[in-house]
Ligand binder design. Sequence first.
Ligand SMILES: [Zn+2]
Length: 132
Amino acid sequence: MTPEEREILFHAAEWATHSKRTIMSKLREVAVTEENYLIIARELDRVHSERLRARSLHVDATLTLLDWIKTLDYFEWRCAYCQEKPFQIMSHYIPLPCGGTTPTNCVPACYSCMKRKEKRNNARVLSYLSQA
Ligand SMILES: [Zn+2]
């Protein structure tokens, strides 16, 4: 990802986070390229559905698209646990029914780390979440 693309993604995420209604045609414009638009639309969907899951369990649902893009950027769009594979899913560090979908509980992960329950005691993840 080039610095320009990174900046556009942040700008689009900020726009989508602060607009009352996210109009997809406007989002496409803000995202500049089709590739950025697809990334932002996919992550917007992911954040929405994870917040809905949290709400249905009556736990905190405060993660914004901008928070999530910042987290992805921090971990360079890779799994936060192994820091090698590209990320595939949003991991709730503390299980969702207890921790909610919040900036201090969500990190990117790959399927194999999730399967191996690789997530405990990862110093880098813990230090990131404690500052988020
Ligand atoms: Zn992994």
